[in-house]
Design a protein around this ligand. Structure first.
Ligand SMILES: Cc1ncc(COP(=O)(O)O)c(C=O)c1O
Length: 385
């Protein structure tokens, strides 16, 4: 008990990072996460350094911070920093895989039929190379492993799947799916954006070959940030479709630029092609620092406890729960619908409770700094609506 109180006190301390909380009940991290105050401060410091020309060795400072970003991200998903590449969004990351793998006519790619479009169009673009795209039928909006087993055959080269489903929060059992893919020699690609930063993930245990993730949601970072993970074992299977001068190792010595004989990085950095958006990566670095201080296990536990409050109410209410209640498939997203869900969404918005309206459901997605009072406020309005 004493320990829980201390932990809660620690979490309460972090609420000052989100100065809007007295005004707005923000339960919408599956859409865009807010930028913590410390990340705003460091972004400002970056621009201030440029405006006032305060920092002498900007190159060193910025590249060191990128290393830190890769290190935080690697720690979060239990990978190595050398397996992390920085990209501007999930879609770019997925394209590193779709365009980097070698294809032949008749190859098959498996997708879920309830996938966010970011993880569909890059694969559909392979049709022009004669690749067949097959959608695995879901059950009640949830990915179905039995249907995967029925569909998978010797022509399947890739399965690409969201870690957490975007409108109902179904967390896929990636360890089981990864095992199946390994046995069938299928390359496993994961869109991590609705899980990473909120629910725990061990990419090694799940035998993920490639993961792409934008920074703008649960990672509380700015638009234009994201990363991919390419496992060391899988890296020989992907060639850079785009290649540029940041993909080779200058050893931070940018004085001898007319030599063109440098080799690509051995690490995932070889896919990073040009000058970085340092300012947004500074934002990301501070947001990741904050998430790393709290820790994903603590975040996950806290978010599930917050959602438990809502679940307990919804179970005996006129609303229909759209998310899985199975503990192994729960995540930071809980969805439900009502008699007039569109109207309900408007009522909540008017009362400054921010959630999403997706596929005719209300999608609620709190983060670790939300309070029980935030959830009670939502429940109170649901009772009245
Ligand atoms: C599951 C999922 N993947 C990807 C995205 C976004 O992709 P990108 O970062 O490429 O815009 C979203 C939401 O915006 C999403 O919910």
């Amino acid at each position: 008990m004493a320990l829980r109180e201390i932990k809660n006190k620690k979490l309460r301390r972090y609420r000052k990072e989100f100065p809007f909380i007295q005004e707005i009940t923000f339960l919408n991290h599956a859409s865009f996460g807010p930028i913590p105050s410390r990340a705003l401060k460091s972004t400002y410091e970056y621009y201030e350094a440029l405006t006032l020309q305060k920092v002498v060795d900007m190159d060193k400072l910025t590249f060191e911070r990128l290393d830190l970003v890769r290190t935080y991200l690697a720690k979060m998903i239990k990978a190595k920093p050398s397996e992390i590449g920085l990209v501007p969004n999930t879609s770019y990351g997925l394209n590193v895989a779709t365009n980097g793998l070698k294809w032949k006519r008749g190859d098959k790619v498996l997708l879920s039929d309830v996938e966010f479009p970011a993880n569909v169009y890059p694969w559909l673009n392979l049709k022009r190379k004669g690749v067949e795209i097959k959608f695995i039928r879901s059950r009640n909006g949830f990915f179905d492993i039995d249907n995967l087993l029925k569909t998978i055959d010797s022509r399947c080269r890739v399965l690409s799947l969201g870690y957490v489903q975007f409108f109902n929060g179904f967390k896929n059992d990636l360890e089981t799916i990864g095992k199946i893919c390994q046995e069938k020699d299928v390359f496993l690609v994961v869109d991590g954006i609705q899980g990473v930063g909120c629910v725990d993930l061990d990419v090694k245990k799940a035998k993920i070959d490639f993961l792409a993730c934008g920074g703008q949601k649960w990672l509380l970072s700015s638009l234009g940030t994201g990363f991919f993970y390419l496992s060391e074992q899988a890296k020989r299977k992907i060639e850079p479709a785009f290649f540029g001068w940041m993909g080779v190792d200058w050893k931070l010595n940018f004085t001898d630029l007319l030599r063109y004989d440098l080799s690509p990085f051995q690490s995932s950095r070889k896919f990073e092609i040009g000058t970085y958006p340092f300012s947004t990566l500074w934002t990301m670095c501070s947001s990741l620092e904050l998430l790393s201080e709290v820790g994903t296990k603590v975040i996950e536990k806290r978010v599930l406890r917050l959602l438990d409050l809502l679940l307990n109410y919804l179970k005996d209410s006129p609303y229909q729960i759209k998310s899985s209640l199975d503990p192994m498939h729960r995540s930071g997203i809980l969805s439900f619908s009502g008699k007039d869900t569109a109207r309900l969404f408007q009522i909540l918005s008017r009362k400054k409770i921010q959630v999403s309206f997706r596929e005719n459901s209300i999608r609620v997605s709190p983060h670790f700094y939300n309070s029980f009072e935030d959830m009670e406020k939502l429940i109170c309005l649901l009772k009245k609506a």
